[in-house]
Design a protein around this ligand. Structure first.
Ligand code: AMP
Ligand code: TRP
Length: 312
């Protein structure tokens, strides 16, 4: 099993419940699990300094959230950059430019205005296929937005095998049960690009309280997409069954026409604050050992290199 994470920003609680938590549930079920920080995939649209900073931060975040380096190989994509570059070249000759232009994520960005599109962006899906195939991964857990990229990786695996013999397992998409958490502002999904509508794992308790206070509320008796999504988030973060039951009690009362949105916000704020505070404490604990991230990444790089060299 293998997946990659782009190191471009601090994580939000939506990243946690929509991406990290489902992966953690899979961790340990696979014989070998790989998670890498896709630093090369961040370069088409981010400055190198930003990528460097977040590459370390994301490893700390994941360790604090429960990713276990004894079970999962954690590495930087660029640590096997030479191998990936070579495989990308070998795979790209089995692909036409027309075919790449049909990849939906590239269609808008590249085809619409090729004069502004970074060529690194164009190679994004091929590099992603290399990430997967270089470790001969069988299962790739990703969100819905990545499924088209996975299809291309599968296509390339088949084309390569047809040409040269059975080299790559055709990787199966493991589409994670994704829950789309909406912005606190009521428009679109919770995303780091609208900080006021998002709760970051690094937010202070006071900031969270302010954001929830200012969040959209639902009229009594009415279930809105926003309330539904925030109730789902609250359920994911609830510390135990009693806490979950408390959410149901409030939602039922709301649907029965009672004025309980204040209660909901108070409970939601409490779950968010407790979760983020515990996260921040674990993260600070891990960060106290200045070598921890380097050690994890060095061990991960050794394992990733062994796999990559065997494939090449
Ligand atoms: P992004 O930060 O948009 O690159 O997303 C990274 C991963 O976090 C995605 O693959 C999703 O699994 C998850 N994610 C991001 N935003 C949300 C959201 N609003 N609701 C649920 N999951 C999300
Ligand atoms: N493109 C993925 C994203 O934006 C990150 C990624 C890069 C990835 N290489 C991968 C995910 C290989 C799974 C497998 O989220």
């Amino acid at each position: 099993m293998l997946t990659g994470v782009r190191p471009t920003a601090d994580l939000t609680v939506a990243n946690y419940v929509g991406g990290v938590k489902p992966f953690l549930e899979l961790q340990g079920k696979a014989t070998r699990a790989f998670v890498f920080v896709a630093d090369l995939h961040a370069l088409p649209d981010h400055e190198p300094e930003v990528v460097k900073k977040y590459s370390r931060a994301v490893v700390l975040d994941y360790l604090a959230l429960g990713l276990d380096p004894d079970v999962t190989t954690i590495y930087l994509q660029s640590a096997i950059g030479e191998a990936l570059g070579l495989l990308t070249m070998l795979l790209a000759r089995h692909l036409t430019v027309a075919e790449l232009l049909r990849v939906p994520t590239l269609k808008d960005k590249v085809k619409g205005k090729p004069e502004h599109a970074n060529a690194a962006l164009f190679l994004y899906p091929v590099l992603m296929a290399s990430d997967i195939l270089i470790q001969r991964a069988r299962r790739v857990p990703v969100g819905e937005d990545q499924v088209a990229h996975l299809e291309l990786a599968r296509r390339l695996a088949r084309a390569f095998n047809e040409a040269y013999g059975s080299v790559f397992p055709v990787p199966a998409v493991h589409q994670m049960k994704t829950m789309r958490i909406l912005s606190l502002k009521g428009e679109g999904k919770m995303s780091k690009s609208v900080p006021a509508g998002a709760v970051f794992l690094t937010d202070a308790a006071k900031t969270i309280a302010q954001k929830i206070q200012a969040a959209e509320t639902a009229t009594e008796g009415v279930m809105t997409p926003s309330l539904e999504s925030h109730a789902a988030l609250a359920r994911e973060l609830a510390p135990d069954a009693a806490a979950k039951a408390e959410i149901e009690r409030i939602i039922d009362a709301h649907l029965a026409g009672k004025r309980v949105m204040g209660d909901f916000k108070a409970l939601f704020t409490r779950f968010l604050t407790e979760f983020t505070a515990a996260f921040q404490e674990r993260r600070a604990d891990i960060a106290r050992d200045a070598r921890r991230v380097d050690d994890v990444l060095e061990a991960g790089a050794r394992a990733a290199r062994t796999g990559a060299e065997a494939t090449l």
